[in-house]
Each structure stands twice: as structure tokens, then as C-alpha cells.
Design a binder for this molecule. Structure first.
Ligand SMILES: [Zn+2]
Length: 499
């Protein structure tokens, strides 16, 4: 099955890069890392100025390598992306609470804040307390029983009764405890807003004004959060009353503990124009009988910017550069080296398409767009994704998806053996990354990665920590596999390994 191997760059053959060539490749690899991770690119969020500059840099590199546009005479393949940044609230955004006739204006981001996914609106209404805003008949929970909700603001606790205590019965209904589900539930009952307060036992992951912007959901009504001290003033008995209400709910009882509370709320956001971003797509035309078939080599160029979404650095990470050296400048730099090697060797049988995908961090939007634009996904004979290959020395190289094409596992194993490169093979795709999009379109697809580590999605993911010599060995291995995919027999897709 592997008879069509044309050359084996990582063994002692004439095709092996000379030591000075490897040194030159190492320098080129480092230069790409430094450029993509510079402050100028601001962490390469798709749809931002820094992200756009990274795309322009890659388009120039693709052109210099002699990669040709696939369509419309441009190496850029533009598509619309979603806004990853939390909204900026306009100054008129405000919240006033009247408790038994006493009025107080709440301070935004100190006492209250809208959820980042809240619906906008202006509301003045009475507040009702509806437990955890749950209705789960199987557990005998109906927080709305006997409560008139229409036209009111629903005040509710986050989560569900006893859920942090590990109550399996409640945890089985986790999707119903989500912000999204609660918003939809109260909207269906005619409520005008949903007001969330944390439970007293949310010690592990308390909701605060920093973590609020990392929450996800969809608002069916205006949604706000306030801290417990502020909400306690609305309860008979203050914070004791709020705690007693929570304990009563944990015992399966309801407690009518709320004072006469009214809320005047205005939530208004400034809207940014619809964001655009792009994949960078370039091809090296094949000259063989299968030149109409494509082999795709991909790596995502975007990252998470200044830590305003998807950061694992906590509140200290917000506003800090997340350079994304391993995730995924390491893969992009590897792809550029491979493109250069293929360019220098001259045309292969099939056409090699190099794609720097955008918006991977926002849900593989770039690879989805690329696959959707193909006239026939079946024209793609195979795909290789390089995503985080910068820990080849301290971590473990894994090839995912080797079960997705006939003979792929044996092919990768044979080349790794020749390269003396330790590797783990996984039949399945496992990771939700760009290669998974190709698997869903019945294309054999491999992901090469050295995996997650303690710098992942943190400001410490810097170029200096990328293990360049090991990354070049991975490039050598991928080169051998790619040569076979471009010139060798087509690998039939094997279904059932796309999870
Ligand atoms: Zn990432």
C-alpha cells in the first residue's frame, strides 16, 4: 500500500535537507513565530486590526512562495465572522432598584452588570422571586407555581438546588440550569427581564464582574447580574433572608421572602460593524493524472487576542497579549516550510492546497467556510491539519484521525519509524479542530499536534517556549506523509471515526 513513496526526507537519502538547510529552516520558522506573535498583531483575533495584519502577512508569504490563488484571483478567501468581544455598554445603560419605596441607583460593574449576551431594552416593572427559575416536573420542581410572572422581572438564583453539593438528580438536568434555558423559560411565561444572583455555595466558580464576560448563552429577554450584597437588600431579613430562601429551596420548599421591589432598567450597547475575516488559500498545481484532486494542508492563523474571551489566565489575563505561539503560529510556520519544500521540488501528481484558516477559535468558522465553498468536497483526497506542534520535546506528538483513511495508520507509523520520531496514533478525530470539519465531509483527515500544556490560552504561550528543533522533525514527518498523499494511491474514506 505504501509503494508509491517518492522520497523520504527524514532518512539518509539524497532528499534529506542538508544541515545548513535545516539551520536556515529553523531561522525561518523562528522568524514567522516572532512576527505572528508580535504586539502589532495583538493576539490575532479574527475580525480585528491585528488579525487582519496577520492575514496580510500570510498572503504576502504565500505570494512570495509562488502559491497561486484558487478562485477570484485572490489568495484571500473572505468570510463574515462573529464578534468575540463582549459588548460596550452605552452610558445610558443603568439600573435603579426601589425596595419598599426606597430608591437606589446601582453602580455598573460594581453592583450590577448586564450579561454579555443580554437583549437590549428599557424596562420598569415589579420584581418577583422565582427560586432558580426552574420547572422540572420529574423532580417535583416548579419555581413558578402560583407566581404571576407576566410583565414582571424574574429574580432567580444561578444553577439549581443542591447542584454544587453534587446532587445527581439535579445535575442530570444541567442543560435546563443554563442561563439560556432560564431566559427562554421566563420569556415564554411573559416575563420582561431575568435577574440572576449567585448561590451562596458557588465557591468553586463564583460569578463576578470579571467572569461575567466569559459566560455564554443567548438572551431571550434583558438579563442582568447583581452581587449578593445588593440583592440581599431586596429580601426580608437582608442577607439572612436571601440565604434562608436558598436553604428552603434546597429542602424543596418555597419561601415568600421578597420585599416590595421594583426595577428600572436600561441596557443599550454600541454596535460594531459586522466583522469580516479571511482564510488565506494558495495552491501548487499538480501535473499528474490526478491533478484535479486536492490534498489540503491547513493550520489556523487566529488566536484569542487580549484575553477578553477564551482565556484561561483568569481576571489577570484580561487586557494582556495572548501571543498564541504554539496555538497556532507553530502550525502556520510549519505549513510555510512545507509549502516551500513542495515548491522547490516541482509539481506533484495531485494539487496541494495550503490554507491558513481564520476564526478557528470562534468555532472552526474558516474551515467550515472553505469546505462549503468547494464545488465538490469529494475532490479533496485528504487533509492534514497542523495545530499546536510546538511541544515535540517536552510533550508527545499525536496523530489523530489515522482511522479515517484506508492505510493511513500504517503510512504514518512507517514514516515515524524511519524518522525515529515517537508518535501516538489515534483512529478518531477527538479534537474539535479544523480537520474535524473535513471528516464530517467524508474526507480522510489527520491532525498532528503535541497537545495542551500549562501555557495554553495564556499570555505565557510565547515563541521562546516553542521547541523548534522538534517542530522541524515533525515537519519532516508530515512532509513524508504529504508526499505520499499527493503522489501515492488515493486513501478511501473510512466512516465512523469522526468523533
Ligand atoms: Zn486555541
Amino acid at each position: 500500500m505504501c509503494a508509491a513513496i517518492v522520497c523520504i526526507p527524514c532518512t539518509g537519502t539524497a532528499q534529506e535537507p542538508k544541515p545548513d538547510a535545516h539551520a536556515a529552516e529553523g531561522a525561518a520558522y523562528r522568524e514567522v513565530l516572532q512576527t505572528l506573535c508580535s504586539a502589532e498583531h495583538a493576539g490575532r483575533v479574527s475580525g480585528t486590526v491585528g488579525g487582519e495584519q496577520a492575514i496580510a502577512f500570510l498572503a504576502r508569504r504565500f505570494a512570495a512562495l509562488g502559491l497561486l490563488p484558487m478562485a477570484a484571483d485572490s489568495l484571500r478567501q473572505p468570510f463574515a465572522t462573529k464578534d468575540p468581544e463582549p459588548p460596550q455598554w452605552l452610558p445610558k445603560t443603568s439600573c435603579k432598584v426601589l425596595v419598599d419605596g426606597h430608591e437606589s441607583e446601582l453602580k455598573i460593574n460594581q453592583q450590577w452588570a448586564p450579561f454579555p449576551f443580554s437583549v437590549e431594552g428599557t424596562i420598569a416593572a415589579k420584581v418577583v422571586f422565582a427560586g432558580h427559575a426552574l420547572a422540572i416536573p420529574e423532580l417535583g420542581i416548579d419555581d413558578f407555581a402560583g407566581l404571576a410572572v407576566r410583565g414582571k422581572v424574574v429574580l432567580a438564583l444561578r444553577g439549581g438546588p443542591r447542584w454544587r453539593a453534587g446532587d445527581a438528580a439535579v445535575r442530570a438536568y444541567l442543560p435546563q440550569l443554563s442561563f439560556r434555558a432560564k431566559a427562554e423559560r421566563v420569556a415564554a411565561l411573559g416575563a420582561v427581564a431575568l435577574w440572576i444572583v449567585d448561590r451562596a455555595d458557588e465557591k468553586a466558580a463564583p460569578l463576578d464582574f470579571a467572569s461575567l464576560n466569559q459566560t455564554t448563552g443567548a438572551g431571550a429577554v434583558p438579563m442582568l447580574f447583581a452581587d449578593r450584597a445588593t440583592v440581599a437588600r431586596c429580601f426580608v431579613g437582608g442577607s439572612d433572608g436571601l440565604l434562608a430562601a436558598q436553604h428552603a429551596l434546597d429542602q424543596g420548599q418555597a419561601l415568600l421572602a421578597l420585599c416590595d421591589v421594583h426595577l428600572e432598567l436600561c441596557i443599550a450597547a454600541s454596535h460594531r460593524p459586522k466583522l469580516g475575516t479571511a482564510n488565506v488559500v494558495g495552491q501548487l498545481l499538480g501535473s499528474g493524472e490526478q491533478r484535479d484532486e486536492l490534498v489540503v494542508l491547513g493550520a489556523h492563523h487566529d488566536h484569542i487576542g487580549m484575553g477578553r474571551f477564551a482565556s484561561l489566565a483568569g481576571p489577570e489575563g484580561i487586557g494582556q497579549l495572548h501571543p498564541g505561539a504554539d496555538d497556532n503560529a507553530s502550525g502556520i510556520a510549519g505549513m510555510l516550510l512545507l509549502a516551500q519544500r513542495f515548491r522547490e521540488r516541482g509539481p506533484g501528481n495531485r494539487t496541494l492546497v495550503c490554507v491558513a484558516f481564520g476564526a478557528e477559535e470562534l468555532g472552526q468558522l474558516g474551515s467550515r467556510w472553505f469546505v462549503d465553498q468547494l464545488t465538490s468536497p469529494r475532490k479533496v483526497a485528504a487533509m492534514i491539519d497542523l495545530n499546536m506542534i510546538g511541544r515535540g520535546q517536552s510533550g508527545t506528538l499525536v496523530a489523530y484521525g489515522t482511522g479515517s483513511g484506508a492505510g493511513l495508520a500504517a503510512l504514518v507509523a512507517a514514516h515515524a519509524e524511519r524518522c525515529k520520531l515517537p508518535i501516538e496514533l489515534r483512529d478518531r478525530s477527538s479534537y474539535r479542530a479544523d480537520q474535524a470539519v473535513f471528516l464530517l465531509n467524508a474526507t480522510p483527515a489527520l491532525l498532528f499536534t503535541t497537545g495542551l500544556h500549562s501555557q495554553y490560552h495564556r499570555p505565557s504561550d510565547v515563541p521562546e517556549r516553542v521547541e523548534v528543533a522538534a517542530a522541524l522533525q515533525i515537519v519532516d514527518l508530515v512532509d513524508s506523509v504529504l508526499i505520499d498523499l499527493v503522489n501515492g494511491p488515493r486513501r478511501a474514506f473510512v466512516a465512523g471515526n469522526n468523533r
